[in-house]
Design a binder for this molecule. Structure first.
Ligand code: HEC
Length: 222
């Protein structure tokens, strides 16, 4: 047997021999820098706080945003739904018993909003908060989030161009689909179900329609 081979063989025995051993010895740690930090264990006593407890209560007045635990927001699309529309098909952009999106905003939604006028005004305000950053005030898809990604010498970082809401296709999607886009998002656009309650989603739909009408044949947007 050559020397190299016997070295390799004994190394293999050595390595394999280390496996599966349970040791009670303290591990050898050449760099201990962050191994031992001053911290409290949960439920432990604290000499720091007056009440002697490590775990703190939420500040007074804190409102539980997601009754049932913080994670329900990811599983449950009823979060952000108005009481009046809970467990209702219009919260999906459908009308009862039909899998198809409603073509127009359901009447009872408009009524609950206090009429079309009030609804569009509310929608304008909510659009300004939730949609303008990406889609821009006129809805051409050139909001600040997008513009900031575009440097003078080409893109600073990749940000997908938000849709131009005046595209012919988007002008013609059913109101229910526009609603569902706001609630659930689409491709690169995140959903806003957790932030925007049902009635406000419909209000935004009404405003987007008004915005689209306002730009028809103005030549301002394609
Ligand atoms: C964080 C940025 C961002 C915000 C905020 C945002 N969008 Fe979008 N939106 C996008 C992007 C990006 C796309 C294109 C998605 C794609 O094609 O991948 C898009 C696409 C769309 C579309 C096209 C859907 C389709 O069928 O192609 C509509 C309609 C839309 N958004 C409406 C809205 C409305 C209404 C709001 C306000 C509630 C809103 N968006 C808020 C980024 C945003």
């Amino acid at each position: 047997m050559s020397r190299a081979l016997s070295i390799a063989a004994s190394l293999a025995v050595f390595v394999v021999g280390c496996r599966g051993e349970v040791s009670t010895d303290a591990p050898i740690t050449p760099l201990r820098n962050m191994h031992f930090q001053q911290r409290y264990n949960s439920q432990a006593h604290s000499a720091f706080y007056g009440d002697g407890r490590t775990m703190r209560n939420p500040p007074e007045g804190t409102v539980a945003r997601f009754p049932g635990g913080a994670n329900v927001q990811y599983a449950d699309f009823t979060v952000g739904h108005d009481e009046s529309f809970l467990e209702d098909d219009i919260t999906l952009g459908h009308e009862t018993d039909s899998p198809a999106y409603v073509m127009t905003i359901p009447d009872r939604v408009t009524q609950a909003a206090g009429g079309l006028d009030a609804m569009v005004r509310r929608g304008q305000q909510r659009y300004g908060i939730y949609c303008t950053p990406c889609h821009g005030g006129v809805g051409d898809g050139r909001g600040l989030v997008y513009l900031r990604s575009q440097g003078p010498d080409g893109p600073r970082y990749a940000y997908p161009q938000p849709a131009n809401l005046h595209d012919d296709r988007i002008r013609h999607i059913p109101d229910g689909q526009l609603y569902a886009t706001i609630a659930n998002g689409v491709r690169n656009m995140p959903g806003y179900a957790a932030q925007i309650p049902v009635s406000d989603r419909w209000a935004i739909v009404s405003y987007v329609r008004a915005l689209q009408l306002s730009q028809i044949n103005t030549g301002a947007t394609p």
